[in-house]
Design a protein around this ligand. Structure first.
Ligand code: ATP
Length: 423
């Protein structure tokens, strides 16, 4: 008997803002393979890569799955089914749709895992990805510019020390583009019964549900959670007033903070990368045009401009409460303008804030200045004080030490919600 063959398949960049979704295409492919008696070894994977990748459609997701095959004929069949579907259903008219597919047989090496992690930390070129594929002996297929190979290779290669699951329900083709009809109450009930094992599906404080996309794609909704079981259970609780074509559960790196590089000094931080730093506030938060809130922090190696942008909504009110000297553990990403977009922060230590005021007299009245460098005089009892020094009045702070995060609607796919943090 011959050994079986493990074939990894990666697919990326098949969709555009006008339609399709690479998760849907992957699901379609897996269903067709099942009809040929070929089954995937595990859940398909939805892997989020660098959130700053320039040509992403939405969340920079790439897809992969693994099949166990017996012979070359089966390999040929899988490759044909995958490529035919990508050819048939990709949104080729989208200017930034450049599908890429990769097939790889065998073990995932450390070098491949490193490639994948760096596809989250940094920006690659198509050329670099193609050379890497050649080096590891993977077969790549480029459609148009084939930029999708960057993500496809990462999706098959990535190691998942932490993971979550997403259950995606798909619409009947005839409904795509129309308003989604979900029973909102059922989503709240689902959340009540499954949170915190499911998360980021409802924003209770903001009073909205967050499972529906707002684009004309085949996804009806997606439910995020810690295990495959819980997202399936939660999916079964949602009532849809339109027929669901099918659903598929994906293993993902979403909500794991995999994009966050820790303890890199400010002076070494690079644009289009995400970090966690310990720092102090050196410039108080202030509003700028457009509703964005800016402030500055330092870690003794440099000064960093930080922002809570308008889409982070009520999170900006928390940011506005920070003051010079406060000590933070700050999570976020450095954009192309070298501004740090905050995803969440832990307020480690509150710096006491004071107003400097005139001293109180023994009679209980606040004293008045007796003239420049002439000390103070009480206007009630006439007592004089030689010193011109002011006294400190503590300003009460309307914030406590702890974790704070952007609301669900502004959360990056990779960002770990506080409810998943080991506090
Ligand atoms: P959706 O979430 O709807 O699937 P998307 O946001 O995932 O869409 P894609 O259509 O997949 O967007 O486009 C992202 C493109 O960026 C892909 O071609 C992918 O290969 C590429 N890409 C991914 N990571 C990097 C990276 N680190 N550097 C450069 N390009 C990248």
């Amino acid at each position: 008997m011959t050994d079986s063959i493990i074939l990894h398949v990666g697919i990326d960049d098949t969709d555009s803002n006008e339609g399709m979704c690479t998760t849907y295409l992957t699901h379609k492919i897996i269903k067709q393979l099942k009809e040929y008696g070929i089954r995937t070894l595990d859940y398909p994977r939805l892997i989020r890569l660098n959130p700053f990748a320039r040509y992403k459609t939405r969340g920079n997701g790439a897809l992969s799955f693994v099949v166990e095959l017996d012979n070359q004929k089966e390999i040929n069949l899988v490759e044909k089914v995958v490529l035919d579907n990508v050819e048939k259903y990709s949104m080729f008219e989208g200017v930034n749709t450049n599908p890429g597919v990769v097939f790889y047989e065998g073990e995932i090496t450390q070098e491949m895992k490193d490639y994948a992690l760096n596809a989250i930390y940094s920006i690659y070129t198509i050329d670099y990805a193609e050379k890497f594929a050649k080096k590891i002996g993977a077969r790549v297929h480029k459609f148009k510019k084939g930029r999708g190979i960057i993500g496809s290779i990462a999706a098959i290669s990535i190691d998942l020390p932490d993971e979550t699951f997403e259950c995606l329900a798909y619409r009947k083709p005839e409904n795509i583009g129309t308003k989604r009809k979900l029973n909102q109450d059922s989503i709240y009930i689902m959340n009540e019964k499954t949170y915190p094992e499911t998360f980021d599906n409802v924003d209770i404080e903001g009073n909205y549900t967050a499972i529906e996309p707002h684009t004309p794609c085949p996804v009806l909704y997606g439910i995020r959670g810690n295990t495959a079981d819980i997202v399936e259970k939660a999916h079964n609780m949602v009532i849809s007033h339109e027929e669901i074509e099918d659903y598929c559960i994906f293993r993902t790196n979403q909500h794991t903070d995999m994009h966050i590089q820790k303890n890199i000094p400010i002076k070494d931080m690079k644009n289009s990368s995400c970090y966690m730093i310990r720092c102090n506030i050196v410039e108080n938060p202030h509003d700028i045009e457009g509703g964005h809130v800016f402030f500055k922090v330092s870690d003794d190696t440099g000064i960093l401009e930080c922002a809570a942008f308008e889409p982070t909504k009520r999170f900006r009110n928390t940011i506005r409460k920070l003051r010079i000297g406060d000590e933070l553990e700050l999570y976020g990403g450095l954009n192309e303008n070298h501004t740090f977009n905050i995803e969440k922060f832990k307020l480690l230590k509150i710096a006491p804030q004071y107003n400097l005021i005139n001293p109180l007299c023994d009679c209980g009245k606040r004293m008045k200045s007796a003239g420049k460098n002439k000390g103070y005089k009480c206007q009630k009892c006439g007592k004089k004080m030689k010193s011109s020094e002011k006294v400190k009045e503590i300003i009460e702070r309307d914030i406590v030490e702890g974790f704070y995060e952007v609301p669900t609607e502004a959360r990056r796919h990779l960002s770990k919600p506080i409810v998943r943090m080991d506090l």
